[in-house]
Design a protein around this ligand. Structure first.
Ligand code: SF4
Length: 324
């Protein structure tokens, strides 16, 4: 099976078994992680209530408080254009609310930022272990930095002892059947020391490894950024193919989903790579009706319209054309 369809099927299976949230293809310290699962922490419900969107890291890290309004240009460090972008995004997400003081735009938090991240699990997908590319280096990077509590290699291949022995010890190994959604745990993942400093591997040449020390506070910030992006992004594609032969469907073990399925190829397709005028089966048309947000809301704790986020857009519109 192709990597894209394998990955979407894995996400569907993981989501069915998770009480947290999942996302695909997230950038993290020099590499893209295939799938990230954020497990719920003690205040997960408060995060769900706060916003369906990712809250900008700079807003979370600012000293804007619930009871302490700040002038918008001083609320976020850096150039005013950056400050405006961050403030606007935080207001749009419902994390900041706006006020007027002496004719100027001030912002404060609508709520304390909740302690909602119970753990991060990273999945590296290799449907075919014989075409694993630079897999070992990627997994060594994960072990060295220890940004994720667990790292798991997921494959559709038969896994031999030789395969397992070539992988760093803490990395778990799963065999996944993308047709029926079954997981076989070949080796459990060992927890990584996420609270301790780590080393980011920046490059590797024969006889030399370039590393960057990353202290525990910086790791905590990176973990929160990843979790926020995962919360806002999810894993389902934004758009389905504009083709008469496309359908919104899930993998065989969970067909009621909103994934890009091609009736001509009789499988899940990657719209960016496979669809369009270069495809022999392409028949221009509207994308099939689908509501990925509704499916995500039904299958996970994520809420597209939480009560706590009400009224945020009105404030943004009010100040959109007013620089002061
Ligand atoms: S463009 Fe091709 S691959 Fe994509 S849905 Fe249409 S027939 Fe299928």
């Amino acid at each position: 099976m192709r990597e894209y369809a394998f990955e979407l099927s894995l996400c569907a299976a993981l989501e069915a078994d998770s009480d947290g949230v999942l996302a695909r293809q997230l950038g993290s310290t020099g590499r893209i992680v295939d799938v990230v699962e954020v497990r719920p922490g003690p205040a997960f419900d408060a995060r769900v209530e706060l916003s369906p969107d990712a809250i900008p890291a700079a807003a979370v890290e600012s000293d804007v408080g619930v009871g302490r309004a700040r002038y918008w240009k001083e609320a976020i460090e850096g150039h005013p254009e950056r400050a405006r972008d961050v403030v606007d995004a935080a207001v749009a997400a419902g994390f900041f609310v706006e006020e007027r003081h002496d004719g100027r735009r001030y912002v404060r938090r609508t709520a304390r930022y909740p302690d909602w991240i119970g753990g991060l699990r990273a999945f590296e997908n290799k449907p075919d272990l014989e075409r694993a590319g630079d897999l070992r280096l990627q997994l060594r990077k994960d072990r060295s930095l220890a940004l994720f509590d667990e790292v798991v290699l997921v494959t559709g291949s038969y896994v031999t002892g030789a395969h397992v022995n070539r992988l760093p010890d803490p990395v778990g190994v799963w065999r996944f059947d993308a047709e029926d959604g079954d997981v076989t745990v070949v080796r459990e993942a060992d927890p990584l020391p996420t609270d301790a400093p780590g080393f980011a591997i920046r490059g590797r040449t024969p006889g030399r490894v370039d590393i960057e020390p990353v202290d525990a506070d910086a790791k905590a910030r990176r973990r929160r950024r990843i979790a926020e992006r995962a919360y806002g992004k999810g894993w389902r594609p934004d758009a389905l193919p504009a083709c008469e032969r496309a359908a919104a469907r899930g993998p065989a073990f969970q067909p009621q989903d909103a994934l890009p399925y091609c009736r001509w190829k009789a499988r899940i397709v990657d719209p960016a790579r496979e669809c369009g005028s270069s495809c022999a089966g392409y028949e221009p048309g509207d994308p099939p009706p689908a509501d990925a947000d509704a499916v995500r809301a039904a299958r996970s704790p994520w809420d597209p319209d939480p009560a706590g986020a009400g009224g945020r857009q009105a404030g943004l519109d009010r100040f959109a054309s007013d620089p002061e």
